[in-house]
Design a protein around this ligand. Structure first.
Ligand SMILES: Cc1cc2nc3c(=O)[nH]c(=O)nc-3n(C[C@H](O)[C@H](O)[C@H](O)COP(=O)(O)O)c2cc1C
Length: 162
């Protein structure tokens, strides 16, 4: 990484985000997950969301083939899970961690909110591919403190409004 791209990444890190796990099923039926913070809402009507996938990811081929994905929003208690699913070669989800949604989509049981999506578009995004999903089902828990990512570190939101 060049000095300029490191500075660019550091500047981007000043935008505080939530953290999510994108889950999907491979062609072999196995559930996989990937930690992301590129999630954004796009449209209310129709209901669309987006996230972007690194072309260099080992999970790239599998996720490009998936017709559906689920964005699972993480809570403050999910730091270890977020770290695990951001490690190379660590994409597997235990059967006990997930339940099934539309099209057998794996949904994290403990997510504070989730969005089950059908892939609507895939756009070129430089070294990433931008996935736009049409939300076919969603839900959220009544309570939950979000996991926050800011300047390369996990943080807790101190002023949560319950
Ligand atoms: C907080 C956080 C946010 C991340 N956001 C993204 C993202 O939006 N898109 C992406 O492709 N990878 C993202 N990553 C990287 C992947 O989780 C993961 O590190 C990488 O895909 C692992 O390599 P592999 O996919 O080649 O196994 C993020 C990692 C962390 C820790």
């Amino acid at each position: 990484m060049t000095e300029k791209s490191r500075l660019f990444r550091d500047a981007l890190g000043h935008f505080a985000t939530g953290v999510a796990i994108v889950t999907a099923r491979g062609v072999d039926g196995a559930a996989l997950g990937l930690t992301i913070n590129s999630f954004a809402s796009v449209s209310l009507d129709p209901p669309l969301v987006l996230w972007s996938l690194d072309r260099a990811s080992d999970r790239f081929a599998t996720l490009m083939k998936a017709g559906h994905f689920c964005v699972n929003i993480l809570g403050d208690e999910h730091r270890a899970l977020s770290q695990r699913l951001s490690r190379k070669g660590e994409s597997a989800l235990d059967a006990g961690e997930v339940r099934e949604g539309v099209e057998r989509l794996p949904i994290l049981k403990t997510a504070i909110a989730h969005f089950e999506c059908r892939v609507e578009h895939r756009h070129d995004g430089g070294d990433h591919v931008i996935f736009v999903g049409r939300v076919v089902d969603f839900g959220h828990k009544a309570h939950g403190n979000p996991l926050v990512y800011y300047r390369g570190r996990y943080r807790a939101l101190n002023e949560a409004d319950h």
